[in-house]
Design a protein around this ligand. Structure first.
Ligand code: AMP
Length: 289
């Protein structure tokens, strides 16, 4: 595996490796790898001739009061884990390589970025995501890019950019990887002390409880949400948001008639955590992620 720092090096390495029929898969990350990241690398490795992982803690998607300076960073550990997954290129640029002086472009996706994490974290968040992902696609020019369904709103934002700007990159959304007690893996889980770690498991339990009412035939959003609220209250967790929204448009849902996302964000101890489940619109299909 090669660790590359500059855009010029990545472009040269990818174009040398690109031969007819040999697809390029990209996994964009901010590092501090866990099994969630590794699952994306495995999917990319299984489906492509060349696998590029980007490791870049993107400053523009953090608000001033967020954890940019304390975000966990351990490049040598990450490099060893990526290498063990058969990754070909780890692209780990400095911020100035991505945002040189004079950088002036911002990609804003209207309509799906103002709600949920866009409301909690501010409008800059998804602008930062959309802009850096589009830059990474311009640098690597992948055939396929791999994202986690854990960040369900991010997947929708990236898909919308691809569609609206006619960028020809297939977006693969991979299932959420969880700890044995159901907590969605996250680089931010290292912020949890023992009490907060135990409390954090209630997020997925709450989503499970709501999903169970849906599986039992419930379609009314308030009834589904109240099952989740009860579990959060029992764990003394006050969600930043707990919402049921259309799985494609993110419009609020009052009755589940089409696939819907049940999404939660909460501060748990020193961490801000998010999670979601897909609730099927169809009564016969059971499933959650
Ligand atoms: P991050 O480094 O947190 O920006 O995440 C990089 C990619 O890994 C994103 O596409 C995330 O959605 C994905 N990811 C993070 N956590 C998980 C998880 N628990 N399961 C699956 N994918 C994940």
């Amino acid at each position: 595996m090669r660790i590359l720092r500059t855009i010029a090096e990545v472009r040269a390495a990818v174009s040398d490796a690109r031969t007819p029929g040999r697809t390029v898969g990209l996994v964009p990350t901010m590092g501090a790898f866990h099994e969630g990241h590794l699952s994306l690398m495995r999917a990319a490795r299984a489906q492509n001739g060349l696998v590029v992982v980007s490791l870049f803690v993107n400053p523009t998607q953090f608000a001033a009061n967020e954890d940019l300076s304390t975000y966990p960073r351990d490049e040598s550990r990450d490099a060893a884990l990526a290498e063990a997954e058969g990754v070909d290129i780890l692209f780990a640029p400095e911020p100035a390589e991505i945002y040189p002086d004079g950088f002036a472009t911002n990609i804003h996706v209207a309509g799906i970025t103002e709600v949920l994490d866009g409301a909690s974290r501010g409008p800059h968040h998804f602008d930062g995501v959309a802009t850096v992902v589009t830059k990474l696609f311009g640098i690597v020019r992948p055939d396929v890019a791999y994202f986690g369904q854990k960040d369900a709103q991010q997947v929708l934002v990236v898909r919308r950019v691809m569609r609206d700007l006619n960028l020809d990159v297939r977006i693969e959304a991979c299932p959420i990887v969880r700890e044995p007690d159901g907590l969605a893996m996250s680089s931010r889980n290292v912020y949890l002390d023992a009490d907060a770690r135990a409390q954090a498991a209630a997020l997925n339990r709450a989503l499970d409880a709501a999903a169970a009412t849906r599986s039992a035939g419930e379609r009314d959003a308030d009834s589904i949400l109240s099952a989740a609220h009860a579990v959060l209250a029992e764990a003394s967790l006050e969600p930043e948001y707990l919402e049921l929204r259309d799985a494609e448009t993110l419009h609020p849902v009052t009755r589940v008639e089409r696939d819907a996302l049940l999404l939660v964000a909460a501060r748990v101890g020193a961490a801000r955590l998010i999670d979601n489940h897909l609730l099927p619109g169809n009564d016969s299909s059971k499933g959650s992620s």
